[in-house]
Design a protein around this ligand. Structure first.
Ligand code: ATP
Ligand code: MG
Length: 137
């Protein structure tokens, strides 16, 4: 069964949207097989987003991602990487389809409430960044 990493970003946790996001996964029949809260250091956020280190928004993004607690989850289900990205909607909420998490809740292209892995290899890497196999049910 496929797995993906989901993160409720600082803007989502701060605005009390944990339940809203979790409910969308559960209603979609996606299984949450691990979940915890973390407050990343700047260095940890930089390590997590290392693929973006040459992008102009890297410093702002990693400062933001280390600005407050996040909720990290492992989601499991058939085709869950793609299904999670459909539930999230486009990176920029201005481009996100109606009914998606980012359309409904995101503040802007950076503070966009959720993260989801984009491919099987990145999902595996991102899950291992936060969870040991023992922590996944
Ligand atoms: P994520 O990887 O968080 O699931 P994504 O895959 O939709 O989102 P990426 O292109 O991987 O988007 O960008 C990673 C994150 O960097 C985005 O979710 C957003 O928080 C931030 N970001 C992306 N583009 C911009 C931008 N133009 N300006 C500011 N922040 C951005
Ligand atoms: Mg991405």
């Amino acid at each position: 069964m496929e797995r993906t990493l989901s993160i409720i970003k600082p803007d989502g946790v701060e605005r009390g949207l944990i339940g809203e996001v979790v409910q969308r996964f559960e209603k979609a029949g996606i299984r949450i097989v691990a979940m915890k809260m973390r407050h990343l250091t700047k260095k940890e956020a930089e390590a997590f987003y290392a693929v973006h280190k040459e992008r102009p928004f890297f410093d702002s993004l990693t400062t933001y991602m280390s600005s407050g607690p996040i909720v990290v989850m492992v989601l499991e289900g058939e085709n869950v990487i793609q299904r999670n990205r459909e539930l999230m909607g486009a990176t920029n909420p201005a481009d996100a389809a109606p009914g998606t998490i980012r359309k409904d809740f995101a503040l802007d292209v950076e503070k966009n409430t959720v993260h989801g892995s984009d491919a099987p290899e990145t999902a595996q890497k991102e899950i291992a960044f936060f969870f040991s196999e023992l922590e996944i049910c």
